[in-house]
Write a new protein. Structure first.
Length: 375
């Protein structure tokens, strides 16, 4: 079922709760049951009333009897795999992006995870082994609390923190949304040596049946994509829990390798980044990709510096042909432009590719002009 030579796909449906759209919820259960496939439902144990982003205390709602029965039945027949999706899915108001957990004390996080896990296990009658943090945000204390409560897998995105001492934790991030499924499969097929895994993210509001203005597709589209996947001999669809518990290939090293560089904003936009890769690659696959990305970035700045040196030397020669004193003026102008750009850039919270590329070019110009003067 989890042949590593195949393209592996998992579906993650977030926000199943006491207030999610029942037409979409039951529609998904019916479609995965129809095709004999399994979808991981990220279930909110007690969903907060009102706006998720409002941190003010207020009541929260547990799943009603009909939702409990539908969820338990879907788990029993293999149509649904349950992951815990936070506790109340309420922002703690500790900054952006929103988070229910990041920044809270360990004890607060541990209690939420423990209580939520107990609620869900009481509904489905089996252990809950996977966790999806609301807004895909968490911190190191979240990972420690998950480990303490027997959670074996975290499914978020590719940008979260790590705790290197928790060797048993598995990571299965989402990589695409439903409209991009076919192109992701094509990209994965082109790199089978990367052991590609595609994580498809869905929400109730993605489907037109919910009536939400953000909807992209309807349930018939999902029906067609599931039917198409069933016809692909080299594609295996499995749940988050099955993938995470059947293989050690989703450890912390793989997750770290799939993360962006620390200064990702300085990488040229024409070099494909982690977020542009529509699948979760193996550790060896990411090592090669990161080396290519680093070499391409360094090469781009080296070319900019060389071009700047050539331009500065040319500028010095032009200035000299006009008047001997103009060559010093040309150097002063280049250095003034570089200083002005550096001052403006230093006032920004982050330095991005284009300003850094221009600074590299201007630095090269200054060096080229200086070489010309003293040559």
């Amino acid at each position: 079922m989890t042949d590593r030579h195949a393209v592996r796909v998992f579906f993650r449906y977030d926000d199943y709760s006491a207030t999610s759209d029942p037409t979409v919820d039951n529609g998904l259960i019916g479609l995965f049951r129809k095709h004999g496939l399994c979808c991981t439902f990220a279930v909110i144990p007690r969903v907060t009333e009102g706006n998720y982003r409002d941190p003010r205390p207020r009541p929260s709602l547990e799943l009603d009897a009909s939702r409990r029965q539908a969820l338990a039945a879907a788990v029993r027949d293999g149509s649904v795999d349950v992951a815990q999706h936070g506790f109340e899915h309420r922002s703690n108001g500790r900054g952006m992006p929103h988070s229910e957990f990041r920044g809270d004390d360990y004890g607060v996080q541990e209690e939420k995870i423990r209580r939520g896990k107990e609620l869900l296990e009481g509904i489905i009658g089996r252990p809950v082994l996977s966790f999806v943090p609301p807004w895909n945000t968490y911190d190191e204390d979240t990972l420690k609390a998950l480990h303490e409560n027997g959670i074996q897998c975290l499914s978020a995105n590719r940008y979260g923190p790590l705790v290197s001492t928790i060797e048993t934790m598995r990571f299965l991030p989402i990589t695409v949304e439903l409209p991009d499924l076919e192109s992701a499969v094509a990209a994965a097929r082109a790199r089978p040596q990367d052991d590609p895994v595609i994580g498809v993210l869905m929400h109730p509001y993605d489907f037109r049946e919910s009536g939400d203005q953000r909807a992209q597709v309807d349930l018939d589209v999902l029906d067609g994509k599931l039917a198409w996947l069933k016809q692909q001999a080299d594609v295996v669809v499995a749940s988050v829990t099955v993938l995470a518990t059947s293989s050690g290939a989703f450890d912390i090293r793989r997750y770290a390798g799939n993360q962006p560089f620390a200064q990702e904003q300085l990488v040229p936009p024409f070099i494909r980044g982690v977020a542009d890769t529509p699948y979760y690659a193996s550790t060896s696959g990411t090592q090669a990709a990161r080396q290519r990305r680093l070499a391409g970035s360094i090469g781009t700045y080296v070319v900019a510096a060389i071009a700047g040196i050539a331009a500065g030397d040319l500028l010095q020669e032009i200035a000299l042909s006009i008047h001997s004193a103009a060559e010093e003026l040309a150097l002063v102008l280049v250095l003034a432009a570089l200083g002005a750009l550096a001052w403006r850039t230093a006032r920004q919270p982050r330095v991005y590719f284009r300003p850094m590329l221009l600074m590299t070019f201007l630095a090269g110009c200054g060096l080229g002009a200086a070489i010309g003067i003293f040559r």
